[in-house]
Design a protein around this ligand. Structure first.
Ligand code: FE2
Ligand code: FE2
Length: 260
């Protein structure tokens, strides 16, 4: 949409129209044609896509982007989990605060790692069903206790366990309203998880989940580099460039705007 067509009744383009125009302008500045996956547009309420030929016609002389997006922070050739933390995670303070809390509580390294990674899907990938996505992303590289716990926290966080020190978060009442009830599949997941041998690991993610962020808390990824080293099997080819069942998910973060 060009600026000339994107105007409010007062004659001024709206913020989102200006953002669209700027984005289109930037696309023309780039050497290659950058495409958006359908899912990205759905978040704006649109189920639509531009065809390859239409994009080529709008951008004569250019090819589709089939590699890294120059607008994003440059990733090393063989990226590690720490590189994703630094270059692809939009925010890390919640993860670092939760993991710091677990570390100070004297929990095992598996619990600390689970806290450190429990919301990676939220900060880098997809919010909906983030526990499932996050667990799947790390599954090939961690002990099953860690990925199981992350998957189950998706459900457990909606159910209190006062004995374990977890009540339904006030924050959820604020965020979702007092009448919110989880979907039936979440209730079923919770019922299955209750009797699982790793229940308490997942429950500890909830207990250490810091809902009120302290902007002044001093947290650093450096405190966790050794724990990651001992508990996360970093593939030698680079995370995402290996052939694990979830490598494609990391590659998608590496090159989120690749045409195919
Ligand atoms: Fe979470
Ligand atoms: Fe969290």
């Amino acid at each position: 949409m060009s600026l000339a067509h994107a105007q409010h009744s007062n004659g001024q383009p709206t913020l989102s129209e200006r953002a669209d125009a700027l984005e289109e302008h930037m696309m023309h500045e780039l050497e290659h044609i950058v495409t958006k996956s359908v899912l990205f547009g759905m978040a704006d309420g649109k189920v639509e896509m531009e065809s390859g030929p239409a994009l080529m016609a709008k951008n004569p002389g250019k090819y589709m982007l089939m590699g890294e997006d120059p607008r994003l922070p440059k990733m090393p050739e063989k990226p590690t989990l720490v590189d994703y933390f630094r270059c692809r995670f939009a925010s890390t303070s919640h993860l670092l605060q939760s993991a710091t809390h677990a570390l100070k509580g004297g929990h095992s390294e598996k619990v600390v790692l689970a806290c450190l990674l429990h919301d990676i899907a939220v900060v880098s990938f997809i919010r909906c069903d983030h526990g499932y996505w996050g667990a799947q992303m790390i599954e090939p590289y961690v002990d099953e206790e860690v990925s199981w716990a992350i998957r189950a926290h998706q459900a457990l966080r909606f159910f209190p366990d006062e004995e374990a020190g977890y009540k339904y978060p006030d924050m959820y009442v604020k965020l979702f309203g007092p009448d919110y009830r989880p979907e039936p599949y979440i209730v079923e997941e919770y019922n299955r998880a209750r009797n699982h041998k790793y229940y308490m690991t997942s429950r500890l993610i909830c207990v250490n989940d810091i809902y009120s962020f302290d902007p002044n808390a001093k947290v650093s990824l450096d405190d966790f580099v050794d724990i990651i080293g001992r508990n996360f099997k970093q593939p030698k080819e680079g995370l995402g460039l290996d052939s694990s069942p979830s490598a494609h998910m990391w590659r998608t973060m590496l090159w989120p705007s690749r045409f195919l």
